[in-house]
Design a protein around this ligand. Structure first.
Ligand SMILES: C[S@@+](CC[C@H](N)C(=O)[O-])C[C@H]1O[C@@H](n2cnc3c(N)ncnc32)[C@H](O)[C@@H]1O
Length: 360
């Protein structure tokens, strides 16, 4: 298969395209990008017949900032007959064997989502057709490839697969999180999603523990603090604004009316630092670097507000400068991940883990 389909937020196609172009080049898979503004997906067409499959093996989805999901596909199937869409889709997937799951999806746009009812209905006969052809196993299997059929318009779809160990576990690459009715702000979902994105469930159990100390810079009204409190942590919440009273009543939060850029942690055993201050991204990155060099935390999650143009270039520059500065300052062992989360708008979320090879 020679098309790599990548889902992204509508309006971010250029950034997703710039990223895949560069990353595919780094692993020597030549090709070109096809994309349209606001389509919420990008196609990277490789010159080699199996180029998309090579990319699935060589590029971890977790290392891509703007892609929510990716899968290898053949040519766009167009003019799928209304009476029988199953036969041509099954034929297009004849090279796939014993897949473990099927997802009939659309890109994340209002227009494409009008097709989601149709996609749900198609899933049943398509599943049967694929099973009969031996393309899909009779029982779901999380260790086998996932078949994706993505309807980009009525009668037009890309059909292909992703690898079980390099895929988003979520339909359309979008985690369905429930907004907790007692949370003080919707941005609480950003931190909840970030924990799910950057840590496996087992890692969450080990590293988001009751009794840990944390700092939340730019905390008000408390959506991120809420997530830390919910996990049993103590939080130093730094912001000049008001914190929600219910959070203060838990006794787990101390509110510091201070400038997050000047604040110093009151205790030296902070595990989590989180930061959602609306500021220039380079300034936030410098602050995270400074705290890391001081050894003031073990793990941080912070947002970088995106500029209007060259968003991929700017973010990758900030992240590579961050790596250089940490290394120059003897912080040698660290891991950086960055994702444009579903609940992020014009910002990306970064996870910086210091000394990942030491125990907690
Ligand atoms: C996007 S809001 C944070 C929302 C919060 N994470 C939540 O979930 O409720 C940004 C916050 O950063 C705070 N802020 C901006 N600059 C700051 C600074 N220099 N020091 C402390 N807080 C700052 C603002 O007062 C504002 O409350």
């Amino acid at each position: 298969m020679n098309n790599l389909i990548l889902y992204c937020r509508s309006g971010y196609e250029k950034d997703c395209a710039a990223e895949i172009q560069q990353r595919a080049q780094e692993v020597d898979v030549a090709g070109f990008v096809k994309t349209n503004r606001d389509d919420a997906y990008v196609v990277y067409q490789t010159f080699e017949e199996n180029g998309a499959e090579v990319l699935l093996e060589k590029l971890p989805l977790t290392s891509l900032i703007f892609a929510r999901q990716m899968f290898a596909a053949g040519e766009l199937l167009s003019g799928l007959p209304e009476g029988d869409r199953v036969t041509p889709i099954v034929a297009a997937l004849s090279d796939v064997q014993r897949a473990g799951e099927i997802r009939v999806e659309t890109p994340d746009t209002n227009k494409a989502k009008e097709l989601s009812g149709f996609c749900r209905k198609l899933t049943v006969p398509l599943r049967q057709g694929l099973r009969k052809a031996g393309i899909l196993l009779a029982k779901e299997n999380p260790k086998r490839p996932i078949i994706h059929v993505c309807f980009v318009a009525p009668g037009k779809a890309y059909a292909g697969y992703s690898l079980s160990y390099n895929t988003s576990p979520h339909f359309m690459g979008i985690p369905r999180l429930k907004f907790p009715s007692d949370a003080p702000s919707r941005s609480t979902l950003k931190l909840d999603e970030a924990f799910g994105q950057f840590l496996t469930s087992q890692e969450q159990e080990e590293r988001l523990c009751s009794g840990m100390n944390s700092v939340d810079l730019g905390a008000c009204p408390g959506g991120w603090t809420y997530q830390l409190v919910k996990r049993g942590m103590f939080v130093a919440a730094v912001d000049n604004g008001p914190m929600e009273q219910k959070l203060m009543d838990t006794g787990q939060v101390k509110h510091y009316r201070a400038d997050g850029f000047k604040f110093e942690p009151p205790r030296k055993n902070i595990y989590w630092l989180v930061c959602d201050m609306v500021e220039k991204p380079s300034r936030v990155a410098e602050l995270m670097e400074y705290w890391a060099i001081q050894g003031w935390y073990r793990e941080a999650i912070f947002n970088l507000k995106l500029p209007m143009k060259s968003r991929y270039k700017e973010v990758s520059q900030i992240l590579s400068t961050m790596s250089e500065i940490l290394k120059e300052n003897q912080v040698k062992d660290f891991k950086i991940q960055c994702k444009h989360l579903y609940h992020d708008r014009d910002e990306v979320t970064v996870h910086l883990w210091l000394n990942p090879n030491q125990g907690i």
